[in-house]
Design a protein around this ligand. Structure first.
Ligand code: UFG
Length: 336
């Protein structure tokens, strides 16, 4: 099947493309390359032996979408394109609503026009209200969005649920990602954000590689065991595998599936730094700084539904995530 992957040259999208190829599917990439390196298609070719068709442009561009759907026999769409930094969404909410909400509306409109109704959507753990007990469980949890970014994902979930309620042809998987880190074990693709990294693991890697002098830990006065925020870090290759399982599920089920993709294991900021240092042998100088706007203290996934419904189980350890992230960083930054 030809699968359109929006944001397919990005961090998560590129790992999804690699796994689509490994499963005999053909990824078709739509990406504006605003947060992706131009050599990703070549790297995917080196990794998979298959050079993906790439359309460069914005997912809100209706004419481009029309062209893509007319040119390629698309069987399903995986929508990962979007803005994703919690802190940035607090300072520039307009950017987030425009990209994430308008982008989804343009995409689903084009899909319906071209008779494509199968969609795997990159949602987020940040759709859950922080008032929910941990682990966050699908079903009757309170959904509120913990930041403007989280609310764009929640609004997108509502849009997709409303579309499916109005037209029974829709088959939608809302995959609520926890914190994807790590890289493909080949070291060819990974998280290489443009500019200063917003996320913890790419920042750790750049400090370990000597690109930046030190890491700032955003707050150590949270109500957690060591005072730093706890997250559920999942290997990006495990996460990508979840998308293939979601596509298989949707081949047999109409309607909307909401499901967490995480490991169920909370790890603190200091815990991740220590594991990285131990697993890679690289020093990571850090200092404690103030809290970051929009962060919440601790959350992790309930993983039972993913296992029961999709047969999904995250396989990689946090050590593995650190080693794979570092292998990619060394290749990218020529580390020590
Ligand atoms: N952190 C630091 N220093 C840094 C960067 C991050 O201490 O330089 C801390 C943050 O304050 C937070 C933790 O590391 O406590 C994780 O932060 P990330 O930015 O790596 O990840 P977030 O949990 O904020 O958000 C990520 C993605 C979102 C996604 C969410 C789901 O960026 O897109 O996970 O849990 F929705």
């Amino acid at each position: 099947m030809n699968v359109l992957v929006t944001g397919g040259a990005g961090y998560i999208g590129s790992h999804i493309c690699a796994q689509l190829c490994a499963c005999g599917h053909t990824p078709v990439i739509l990406d504006d390359f605003s947060n992706a390196k131009p050599d990703i298609p070549a790297r995917l070719q080196q990794l998979t032996g298959q050079r993906p068709v790439v359309y460069r442009g914005d997912v809100r561009d209706a004419a481009l979408l029309d062209h893509v759907f007319a040119a390629a026999e698309i069987g399903a769409v995986i929508h990962t394109a979007g803005k994703k930094a919690v802190g940035e969404s607090v300072t520039d909410p307009q950017l987030y609503y425009e990209n994430n909400v308008h982008g989804l509306l343009a995409l689903t409109k084009a899909m319906a026009v071209h008779g494509v109704f199968t969609l795997v959507f990159s949602s987020s753990a940040t759709v859950y209200s922080e008032t929910n007990p941990v682990p966050y469980r699908e079903g009757n949890a309170v959904l509120a969005g913990t930041s403007p970014y989280g609310r764009t994902k929640l609004i997108a979930e509502w849009i997709l649920k409303d579309l499916a309620a109005a037209d029974a042809r829709w088959r939608v998987a809302l995959l609520r990602y926890f914190n994807p880190i790590g890289a493909d074990p080949s070291g060819l693709i990974g998280d290489d954000p443009a500019g200063v990294p917003n996320n913890l693991m790419p920042y750790i890697c750049q400090v370990a590689a000597g690109v930046r002098p030190e890491l700032t830990v955003f707050g150590n006065d949270y109500p957690t065991a060591d005072g730093t925020c706890e997250r559920d870090y999942i290997h990006v290759s495990d996460l990508a595998a979840g998308h293939i399982q979601a596509l298989e599920y949707l081949a047999a089920h109409a309607g909307v599936l909401e499901v967490n993709l995480g490991t169920g294991q909370p790890v603190s900021v200091l815990g991740l730094i220590e594991t990285f240092i131990k697993a890679t042998g690289q020093p990571v100088p850090y200092r404690i700084g103030p809290r970051r706007a929009g962060d919440i203290p601790a959350y992790y996934a309930a993983v039972e539904k993913a296992k029961t419904v999709l047969g999904f189980e995250a396989a990689c350890s946090v050590e593995q995530m650190c080693c794979d992230a570092w292998r990619f960083a060394k290749n990218s930054y020529g580390g020590i």
